[in-house]
Design a protein around this ligand. Structure first.
Ligand SMILES: *Cc1c(COP(=O)(O)O)cnc(C)c1O
Length: 429
């Protein structure tokens, strides 16, 4: 079948991509199919995927079980409105999610993207305090270097200084920030690790609806891994000061850090939890916000007695079916061993980067491997270097990182890590 790639030229002039510019002369590649851990480009080249399409494609691409689940649902009902109607895919998925997330989380709100699930979490927290007769509790406290999405509420709790959102700062709600924890994952926090957070809570708790954090791994804000002790401390401070805890597990959920959910590293439960990204195994857009009976009952019995949010495509049956199939695949697989093997492969494979003068730090946790450089990369240079090396790796800022599908084998993982070492050392980045 011939394809003269006219569509690709059209794309460059008319289609926005994530954090992109129209007409920018940056490398971009036409992809025509994907299978297992390989992406196939229009010119026939195959690239080993090091990104899982941004944390999502945990089972690799084109998985027959996921396709079957979506296909079967497609036959009976691809979509139907969720207002006043209920369907089995949503109920079954909700049940499964309640079973596998921390016990106190008992209700599920399905949203269509991670950012929306964060908006929903923030609105839940505000409505909860409204219904508790503490309507002044409307602000959020978070740590710097976080990332929670691109919509306005979510942006307001992203790192306030990162270039990403500074442009909108005048119209964003003013939230409260403390420095990101300095205690590294696997290490204790020396002294009072959460001192800054404690001080902010002590002073402002009467206005704070919730603390919102990414547990253990700060993703798009810098790929930093922090101590579980800090997270434990945050939970007890929230209890002490009467503030809800929202954990954003959108990136960390479903095994990526070695636990099914990252909050398990600290043995804590949030009041509200956001999940998304790998929820459907990378096939469809779906996210969810889970909360406790305390929060859902308070909102439901309060005034106006309804939770004020309801997306058009809420609980899309195709996406719910895909998510159910993805969970079954994950939980029936030896995922812990796979993550452990990937962790070892990343540690060994990326270790040579430590010797390179360009590199500031190499860190690995679960199926996430990060090489932090001393200077931001030049995407125009580095992207083609990776493609020429036969891998799909997409750095940002100073970070070159890998988070491959869980099904990757040792040889392909080795190709990925070798490519990173090679490119960081030799490519004029
Ligand atoms: C990706 C991400 C989001 C936003 O999800 P979208 O589906 O892109 O809207 C929010 N929080 C975290 C931690 C994420 O990694």
């Amino acid at each position: 079948m011939s394809d003269n790639l006219d569509w690709f030229e059209f794309d460059k002039r008319h289609i926005w991509h994530p954090y992109s510019a129209i007409g920018a002369d940056l490398p971009s590649y036409p992809v025509v199919s994907a299978d297992g851990v390989r992406l196939r480009l229009a010119d026939g080249r195959e690239l080993i995927d090091g990104m899982s399409s941004w944390w999502c494609a945990i089972h690799g691409y084109n998985h027959p079980q996921l396709k079957r689940a979506i296909g079967e649902q497609l036959e009976s009902m691809p979509h139907v409105m969720f207002g006043g109607l209920a369907h089995k895919p949503a109920a079954e998925l909700g049940k499964r999610l309640i079973e596998i997330t921390p016990g106190p989380l008992q209700t599920v709100f399905f949203a269509d993207s991670g950012s929306v699930s964060v908006e929903v979490a923030m609105k839940m927290a505000i409505q909860y305090w409204h219904d508790k007769d503490q309507p002044e509790k409307q602000r959020f406290l978070t740590i710097r270097r976080g990332y929670h999405g691109d919509t306005f509420g979510a942006m307001s709790v992203c790192d306030p200084d990162a270039g990403m959102h500074a442009l909108f700062s005048e119209i964003l709600p003013k939230q409260l920030f403390v420095d990101a924890p300095s205690c590294y994952f696997g290490h204790p926090c020396k002294g009072d690790g959460a001192k800054a957070l404690r001080k902010k809570l002590k002073k402002n708790h009467a206005q704070i609806a919730a603390v919102i954090l990414e547990p253990i791994v700060q993703g798009a804000g810098g790929m930093r891994f922090y101590s579980a002790e800090y997270l434990k401390e945050v939970r007890s401070l929230c209890d002490q000061y009467g503030v809800l805890l929202i954990l954003d597990e959108i990136a960390t959920g479903f095994g990526r850090t070695g636990k099914l959910f990252a909050c398990e590293h600290a043995g804590i439960t949030p009041d509200i939890m956001c999940i998304g990204k790998s929820l459907t195994g990378g096939t469809m857009s779906l996210a969810a916000t889970l909360t406790t009976e305390e929060v859902s009952n308070t909102i439901s019995q309060g005034d106006p007695g309804l939770f004020m949010h309801g997306p058009t495509f809420m609980a899309n049956p195709l996406a719910c079916s895909a998510a159910l199939a993805s969970l079954e695949l994950l939980l029936d697989s030896p995922w812990q061993e796979r993550i452990k093997a990937i962790e070892l492969g990343l540690q060994n494979g990326l270790a040579p980067c430590r010797e390179l003068p360009q590199v500031d730090e190499v860190r690995v946790l679960g199926a996430i491997g990060v090489v932090e450089l001393k200077r931001p990369v030049d995407m125009k240079q580095i992207q083609p270097c990776f493609v020429d090396a036969g891998v799909w790796v997409r750095p940002f800022g100073k970070l070159v990182y890998l988070m491959p599908p869980y099904i990757i084998d040792g040889d392909d993982l080795n190709t990925l890590t070798s490519a990173v070492v090679e490119v960081v050392e030799r490519c004029p980045i």
